[in-house]
Design a protein around this ligand. Structure first.
Ligand SMILES: Cc1ncc(COP(=O)(O)O)c(C=O)c1O
Length: 426
């Protein structure tokens, strides 16, 4: 595949920084090599002498002198080399991606970092991008400054509708409009709607991507946070042509503050992300990468899966509780589907056209904060009757109170609408 077709002129103009390349060379050079090339500080001057980490199962590890020295230093942009190696193996086991030899990975500071770098590699001024609507707002904030054209693909309870996608593309082609080079998808436990795109639909969307020659950004931070019996198959696992860019994040499953994620894609696309990193924060934080690497090494892939399984049980119970509370307090006022994964309940309010003011103004002053649905719509200025509520963190008592307060807000809003309509009618 010719990846230069997908890249912006800016991205094609990126060149490696020699000093960064030398760090990579020094890291993999024989031990006998002496390097005076880099601007690394001397670790002996750092105030830290030991880092020890305790885990929830009572086990612990420390970073020994050598690991600590590495953890506090600059590293090659691609990531802490032992972690890069371990993540390659992790990815092979998790998704068995076809064309594995032609792919590479790069460690990033969370999925959002990978998302912004990959979108900026492909989206130039005014370029079109296919997006589901509603969508994770982290896309819009990246592409809006490039005046990208967001092409909304309508969704049903199984995600973006392939028929709508195909028709949109066909119509654009017939009318000679610029064709999109990329589609953004958040396929599992979708933020904000909590759906999971079924396998057949994933296959259909993938085949449309092949037909119309666009890349797919498979942003999948909730991949292991589904509440189905079976693990969903990722777009990466279906990718026989090398057009899927997969974003993995450990934010939701290990720690969001550790800021570790990684991008998996065809080597030229990874090279472009790496060059962009060289121009921004050089590499994802080493300390986070080393701590995460130690955990991964201690647990192994199977240990990680066992941890994910525990998380699934934890969040599934919370999902059930919020759904029950929504039934208890909001019956007759709203519609919602029980989320199939992720962290969010997507609530559609009956009889209210736009929830923005109700949540952002009255909600805040009356002690309940939930995200207004418009924040997730392609056009955030249009009215939206939905609300996104997270069931991840609040206690059950807090969730109960939040749902009760939401019911009061909705009732008050409906009363207000009724009064205004009556006044208008008079
Ligand atoms: C769909 C989606 N993508 C990306 C992110 C960002 O994740 P990270 O913390 O890995 O940057 C989030 C976080 O909420 C998300 O929901």
């Amino acid at each position: 595949m010719d990846y230069s077709h997908f890249m912006t002129e800016v991205s094609k103009r990126r060149r490696p920084a020699t000093t960064r390349e030398l760090t990579k060379i020094a890291y993999s050079a024989p031990k006998s090599t002496v390097s005076l090339a880099e601007g690394m500080p001397n670790e002996k001057t750092f105030p830290f002498t030991e880092i020890s980490v305790k885990l929830y199962d009572g086990t612990s590890f420390i970073l020994d002198e050598k690991e600590l020295a590495a953890a506090l230093q600059y590293i090659p942009t691609q990531g802490y080399p032992p972690l890069v190696q371990a993540l390659r193996e992790y990815q092979r086991r998790a998704h068995a991606p076809p064309l594995w030899e032609s792919r590479d990975i790069v460690v990033v500071s969370g999925a959002q970092d990978g998302l912004s770098k990959i979108l900026e590699a492909v989206i130039g001024t005014g370029d079109p991008i296919l997006v589901p609507n509603p969508l994770y707002p982290g896309v819009e904030v990246v592409v809006a400054p490039h005046q990208a054209e967001l092409i909304a693909i309508s969704q049903d309870d199984d995600g973006p509708v392939p028929k709508a996608l195909r028709e949109t593309l066909r119509d654009r082609q017939l009318s000679g409009e610029k064709m999109p080079k990329i589609m953004y998808i958040n396929p599992t436990g979708t933020n904000p709607t909590g759906i999971i795109i079924p396998l057949e639909r994933r296959k259909e969307i993938y085949s449309i991507a092949c037909e119309y020659n666009f890349l797919i950004v498979d942003d999948d931070p909730y991949h292991f946070m589904h509440f189905d019996k079976e693990e969903p198959r990722s777009f990466l696992s279906l990718d026989t042509e090398g057009r899927v860019i997969r974003l993995d994040s450990f934010s939701k499953v290990i720690s969001s503050g550790i800021r570790v994620g990684f991008v998996t894609a065809a080597a030229p696309l990874i090279a472009s992300v790496e060059l962009h990193l060289q121009s921004s924060h050089l590499h994802a934080p080493t300390l986070s990468q080393v701590i995460f690497y130690k955990l991964l090494k201690m647990w192994g892939y199977d240990g990680m899966l066992a941890h994910y399984m525990r998380l699934r049980c934890f969040y599934k119970e919370r999902r059930d509780v919020i759904a029950a509370l929504a039934h208890k307090h909001l019956n007759g006022l709203v519609d919602f589907n029980v989320p199939k994964g992720g962290f969010f309940l997507w609530i559609k309010v009956r009889g209210i056209e736009n929830t923005w003011k109700m949540m952002m103004q009255r909600g805040v002053t009356e002690g309940v904060i939930m995200a207004p649905g418009a924040a997730f719509m392609m056009d955030t200025t249009k009215p939206c009757n939905a609300i996104r509520a997270s069931f991840a963190k609040a206690s059950y008592e807090e969730m109960d109170l939040a749902m009760e307060r939401l019911a009061q807000l909705i009732r008050a809003e409906l009363d207000k609408n009724y009064t205004i309509e009556n006044v208008d009618a008079r």
